[in-house]
Design a protein around this ligand. Structure first.
Ligand code: NAP
Length: 177
């Protein structure tokens, strides 16, 4: 196992994910549910911040929106030579992604204190031990899927906020000291 990549500053590294009861987060490159409230929540939470994601998730967003997430800087993890528009940058490894996100926070997002990690499965896995906070949409369902959120040790995370809705909840966790 490699060491957890660490931020050079005291910024918060925040994971944001929608996850079903059975741990599923994706199917065939998409989310297995249609939840406009969650998409709004994601947009409001991440707006004007750097957002790190894997190449597969990035391509899913390009397919859905025709462009990277507006108003944010997308840091795309990939080993490929991708062409990216102005509001997206490529990173080759987890450390490089953190550096690119820190740079974007300073240069494009007013020095914001938060950097987001927005999936998919391989990217959550890579960063899980580095995350300070998790913003989770917990979905009351057990859909079929091929991408799951990595196992979380309940001893590591303390719930600090919960907003129960119809069929899902917005929940926030912080890493215990
Ligand atoms: N429910 C949610 O909140 C949520 C959020 C995001 C995504 N998803 C779902 O998750 C699924 C996609 O997840 P995924 O795990 O298949 O793909 P992914 O994590 O989005 O992308 C995987 C790719 O990212 C690159 N990558 C990952 N780690 C890297 C590293 N350490 N260094 C360099 N490159 C790295 C590699 O790209 P190359 O192959 O180009 O080298 C790898 O193939 C989709 O179904 C999507 O809808 C769900």
């Amino acid at each position: 196992m490699t060491d957890a990549p660490e931020l050079e500053t005291d910024r918060e590294l925040v994971g944001i994910v929608a996850v079903a009861d059975n741990g599923v987060i994706g199917r065939d490159g998409e989310m297995p549910w249609h939840l406009p409230e969650d998409l709004r929540h994601f947009k409001e939470t991440t707006m004007d911040h750097p957002v790190i994601m894997g190449r597969v998730t990035h391509e899913g967003i390009l397919e859905a929106l025709g462009e990277p997430l507006p108003g944010r800087t997308t840091v795309v993890l990939t080993s490929r030579d991708l062409e990216t528009p102005g509001n997206a940058v490529v990173a080759r490894d987890l450390e490089g992604a953190l550096e690119a996100a820190e740079r974007a926070a300073d240069e494009r997002h007013g020095g914001t204190n938060r950097l987001f990690v927005a999936g998919g499965a391989t990217v959550y896995e890579g960063f899980l031990s580095s995350l300070d906070r998790l913003i989770v949409t917990e979905i009351d369902d057990d859909p079929a899927g091929d991408a799951t959120f990595p196992e979380r040790d309940p001893e590591t995370w303390r719930e600090v906020e919960r907003d129960d809705r119809d069929g899902f909840s917005f929940v926030e966790y912080v890493r215990k000291e």
